[in-house]
Design a protein around this ligand. Structure first.
Ligand code: G6P
Length: 615
């Protein structure tokens, strides 16, 4: 949610910042801006729209030879996306320039106070308030920039990752973090600042990830000085060696990141279980789980907290955990859980699922659970992310960077991790037979090959997409393990094609949605071999009887549903427990192709952001 990038060093900042903004654009794309400083004059350009709009503007409007620069790509919170509300923002004197990711909640009262002291505001943003507060502190307290930032941040309530510089300090950038991510790349005589490491990965492998409530003064010719915002203590920063490579964050010949990520699933699912699942030896082990397995076995219940697609992965996990481990599971939207005074005890185990590891609501739910003494386990993709650090233990999904806003490989790798957890706990608890355990390990190992197989239907799915691309509504139905898949399929379609879609448990259809069915309503039914197969077939008959059009996801070789459905999408046979890992694949492809055919911006759908660091 908003991407920030900065550079100070020996090279021209412009290409580094612009390229960095393109890589961070997945975080928000309402507007974008850049400020460059060559030691004499500040050059600033900003615009509503995408980074490409900014690029056109910069080239027409400003000189680009500064060796210090900051840039921003925005997902609007305060103030509509327009040129004025775009970042960077100047302070009143024109000396300070800031970019900000997050929300300053008490900005209105600070703004009033500053207005009383004669400050004028051009934009509706909380960010312009913050930069002027810093300026006012500088003036009143007569302190250096770093100190002024620290004093000002002690007065604000909210979340932020900020980067700013002062016209009077051409060799310095000050950054600070609370709630939104911020990485500092350390090169030779040069430094980079960014919301994630992707903007600077080709320049350095060394990065400091600031912790919450830390700030850093980045000065050329000096070591980065990190300190606590509260209490002023200096911190010895940990310089992390990055694992990321350039290839991982580029499209690699695919038209969109989303398509690349869909097709990466066979290999990333393997990465997820590599070294953890040894089917031949009958072993499944997860480093983060081994020492804490007793917590799960003795838990009264497991509470899963997550948002969006990660919540759907949690819903799949509810089925697997209850089935295999016999531990009661509740799946909660983090945003609801955190505000409804939930009953949590020390006997509860909370699993927080998050691709980015930065989602504000999930993070708040974790903090609440910890306050009540619950043990909190994280399932995150982004290594070193806030949630991975805030949880007591956890497992990374190892899916690699997911850039497409619509989550695909994050979902299947989360389900893979959760399945391995359930199997490991069930084995320890004795709630799974040795035969079933071995069968699941072997079948899980086969999932990448099955996903590969499912992806081969791409051309056929494209033909189905062509038929339905102009539909106004879609219904997605599934039962049991595939009910969450129906929800996820509908979410994918909504997110990127803007077609209204609803996911429903197939049997619930007769309690409402059946009223919607007519010849205009495509109904996607997940009807693979399972305990509920006959029941799903009956549901399909009910739809047919009302002239509904049926697109069914079926197991290879199916004959019954084939005769009833108008269109079919085949997937290989798996045990029902593992079926979401394959049934979700055709639904991802269907959404993707419909969105492309409608001319939508698949990787950057309107109004959405990849990582939501505000509540
Ligand atoms: C945003 C994204 C979704 C994602 C959700 C949760 O809404 O657009 O794709 O599922 O956040 O994100 P997380 O990083 O916590 O999994």
């Amino acid at each position: 949610m908003c991407g920030i990038v900065g550079y100070i060093g020996k090279r021209e900042a412009y290409p580094i910042i612009m390229n960095g903004l393109k890589r961070l654009e997945y975080r928000g794309y309402d507007s974008a801006g850049i400020a460059l400083y060559d030691g004499t004059g500040i050059q600033l350009a900003k615009t509503k729209g995408k980074v490409s709009d900014l690029e056109a503007r910069v080239e027409a409007e400003i000189k680009t030879d500064g060796k210090l620069g900051i840039g921003h790509t925005r997902w609007a919170t305060h103030g509509v996306p327009n040129d004025i509300n775009s970042h960077p923002h100047y302070s009143n004197s024109g000396n300070l320039v800031i970019i900000h990711n997050g929300i300053i909640e008490n900005y209105a009262s600070i703004k009033k106070e500053l207005e009383n002291r004669g400050y004028k505001f051009k934009s509706d943003t909380d960010t312009e308030v913050l930069v002027n507060l810093i300026e006012e502190v500088q003036k009143v307290e007569n302190v250096k920039l770093g100190k002024a930032v620290q004093i000002a941040l002690n007065q604000v309530v909210g979340a932020y990752a900020i980067a700013l510089f002062d016209r009077n300090k051409p060799d310095e950038i000050v950054v600070a973090k609370l709630g939104s991510p911020l990485a500092i790349g350390i090169g030779e005589d040069e430094f980079f600042v960014a919301s994630d490491a992707s903007p600077f990965i080709e320049f350095t492998n060394n990065a400091i990830y600031l912790e919450d409530e830390e700030m850093a003064i980045i000065r050329l010719g000096r070591e980065v000085k990190v300190r606590k915002i509260k209490g002023d203590m200096l911190v010895d920063p940990y310089i992390q060696e990055l694992q990321l490579n350039l290839e991982q964050i580029e499209k690699g010949g695919y038209d969109h990141f989303m398509l690349k990520e869909i097709f990466e699933q066979p290999s990333v699912i393997k990465d997820t279980y590599r070294g953890r699942l040894l089917a031949d030896q009958g072993i499944v082990k997860l480093g983060g789980l081994e020492d804490h397995i007793g917590k799960f076995i003795n838990a009264n219940r497991i509470i899963i907290v997550a948002c969006g697609t990660s919540w759907h992965a949690g819903l799949v996990a509810e089925y697997i955990f209850e089935d295999l481990t016999r531990i009661p599971v509740e799946v909660e939207y983090a945003s609801e859980f955190r505000y409804r005074n939930p009953i949590i005890s020390e006997k509860d185990v909370v699993i927080a699922i998050s691709q980015s590891g930065e989602t504000a609501d999930t993070l708040a739910a974790i903090k609440l659970a910890k306050q009540h003494g619950a043990f909190v386990y994280g399932v995150c993709n982004v290594v070193g992310s806030t949630i991975s650090r805030e949880t007591h233990s956890g497992t990374y999904t190892h899916a690699g960077p997911e850039i497409g806003v619509a989550s695909t490989k994050a979902f299947t790798t989360q389900v893979t991790v959760l399945t391995m957890m359930a199997l490991r706990i069930a084995k320890e608890k004795g709630t799974i037979s040795q035969r079933d355990f071995m069968l699941h390990l072997r079948e899980l190992e086969q999932i990448p090959a099955h996903v590969e197989e499912a992806l081969k239907s791409d051309d056929k799915i494209m033909e189905i997409a062509e038929v339905f691309k102009n539909a106004k509504n879609f219904l997605y139905l599934g039962r049991g393990y595939n009910f969450p898949v129906a929800l996820e399929g509908a979410l994918k379609l909504k997110e990127i094609s803007y077609i209204h879609a609803e996911g429903y448990p197939a049997a619930e259809m007769k309690h409402g949605p059946i009223a919607l069915i007519d010849e205009q309503m495509p109904v996607v039914v997940i009807a693979v071999n399972s305990n509920h197969y006959e029941k799903v077939v009956s549901n399909i008959e009910e739809i047919r009887a009302r002239q509904g059009v049926i697109i069914a996801v079926v197991t290879e070789g199916d004959t019954t549903v084939k005769q009833l459905a108008d269109y079919i999408m085949e997937v290989p046979k798996t045990p029902e427990t593992l079926s979401p890992l394959v049934t979700t694949i055709p639904l991802q492809l269907l959404s993707y192709h419909i969105a492309v055919m409608l001319g939508r911006n698949v990787d950057q759908p309107r109004n959405l952001a990849k990582s939501v660091t505000v509540e």
